[in-house]
Design a protein around this ligand. Structure first.
Ligand SMILES: [Zn+2]
Length: 438
């Protein structure tokens, strides 16, 4: 199948997903069949998964052990189905990072390097047909029926990728804006392009939103997307004020394209490609870590793969957009962003989710001020503020928060502010307590 035809095929398949299943039970039964068939195919080519299938059977795949990035990387050669070795994949990926030329592939397979904020560097493989599938699905979720428009998409990325060039055509132009370059140097090129689609990390959107005439930057149909980082409420409001429109969100990681905002502003899982299992993080079941099984990704299988993210569950009603794909309320951050405090009157620990901390900081500080909160030990939080401001209101809010959670308030220490580079993943709240694991 030709490149463009392939993408179009997947585009229409993904659009059909909105009406294909009558109810959740039908969808789940279909997913189950897809997953089992996929695992059999994977097991035939991957020594790692062949052992699991022989031991437990494809029917009992939900009992298979969960995997993660570290596990995937340490079994890389046995894991992938294309016989790609770790050393050759690394060589290609590092060369691309060094030269900023991201076009070379390995026997037709794209090799991507993940930014590795969690300490483990990840390598991700995608074949040509997986790139078409990815592009078609992404376009279906993002364009929402505006395929007949001519599009100019401005993408702010840490690294360019042939993935994006896959979609490029005369009707559909992609421009790569390098997050490693200063924003000011790229502003004129962005204005000259007058994109119909602008996708960037929230920190970049926020800065663009403050520039004069930000609301005239985009041409119709004007699609604004926040990607690659957590979009918090305060930021969402600043972006909305500057651009006079709501930013949509894409939950897109090297592990796959997982979710996107619908026209009603709610996040839906891409359940036509992934099964989401939930590992609950609290007794009240408000937050979970997703375990994903992608039943279309073959070159480098993603099976019962535990993401290092905290997702806020959706307690709301079915979405009026009509999609039966499950919704969730927010992507809150990474698991290791949650802080821990000793409980009042017991030896237990209380988990303080990053969103709680962010809310306290927003209440305590003027809107223009940026901050980080890190926790070096169980009893101390280090606070850095981007501008000079008293710490007293922060202390008051943190004490209030601790009272509500039944936790002993930490000592607050002020530390110097270091601005985050444009390309760096921003983590305002971070737990840095040394792990007690061996
Ligand atoms: Zn919806």
């Amino acid at each position: 199948m030709s490149e463009r035809l392939g993408i179009l095929w997947h585009y229409f398949a993904a659009r059909r997903a909105f009406t294909r299943w009558r109810n959740r039970a039908e969808l789940r039964a279909w997913q189950e069949r897809q997953a089992r068939r996929h695992l059999e195919r994977v097991a035939a080519c991957s020594p790692y998964f062949s052992k699991l299938r022989d031991h437990l059977g494809a029917d009992r795949w939900r009992d298979w052990p969960t995997t993660n990035k570290a596990e995937m990387m340490s079994h890389f050669d046995d894991w992938n189905t294309a016989g790609v070795r770790l050393d050759e994949a690394f060589r290609i990926a590092l060369e691309a990072e060094r030269t900023r030329d991201f076009t070379p592939t390995l026997r037709g397979i794209t090799v991507g390097l993940s930014s590795g904020t969690s300490g483990t560097r990840g390598l991700f493989l995608a074949s040509a047909s997986e790139r078409r599938l990815w592009a078609g699905t992404l376009l279906a979720r993002v364009l929402r029926g505006t395929l007949l428009h001519k599009h100019r998409a401005a993408l702010f990325l840490r690294a360019d990728s042939p993935l994006y060039q896959t979609v490029g055509s005369r009707r559909f132009r992609f421009e790569f804006f390098d997050l490693m370059q200063p924003l000011e140097d790229q502003w004129h090129r962005l204005q000259a392009l007058r994109p119909t689609i602008l996708a960037a990390p929230p920190g970049v959107l926020r800065r663009l939103a403050t520039l004069p005439n930000a609301d005239h930057l985009l041409a119709p149909p004007a699609i604004l997307l926040s990607v690659a980082d957590v979009l918090d409420k305060a930021e969402w409001e600043q972006i909305e004020r500057g651009f006079h429109m709501d930013p949509g969100q894409l939950y897109q990681a090297t592990e796959g394209f997982l979710a996107a905002t619908c026209p009603h502003g709610r996040l839906h899982w891409n359940e036509d490609a992934v099964v989401i299992e939930k590992e609950w993080l609290d007794a009240a079941r408000t937050r979970f870590t997703p375990i994903i099984t992608d039943f279309r990704r073959f070159t480098q299988p993603v099976i019962r793969y535990r993401l290092n993210d905290v997702i806020v569950a959706d307690q709301g009603s079915p979405c009026p957009c009509g999609s039966i794909f499950e919704t969730f309320a927010a992507i809150e951050g990474r698991c290791d962003d949650a802080l821990q405090l000793p409980a009042l009157g017991s030896s237990a620990l209380v988990t303080v989710f990053p969103d709680f901390v962010r809310r306290s900081m927003i209440l305590a500080l003027p809107g223009s001020l940026d901050y980080t909160v890190t926790q070096p030990s169980l009893t101390e939080w280090c606070v850095a503020l981007s501008e000079d401001a008293p710490l007293e209101p922060v202390r008051r809010e943190v004490n209030d928060l601790c009272q509500r959670l039944g936790a002993i308030p930490p000592t607050l220490t002020r530390v110097p502010w270091t601005p985050t580079a444009l390309h760096a993943k921003r983590r305002r709240v971070r737990c840095e307590i040394p792990s007690s694991d061996p």
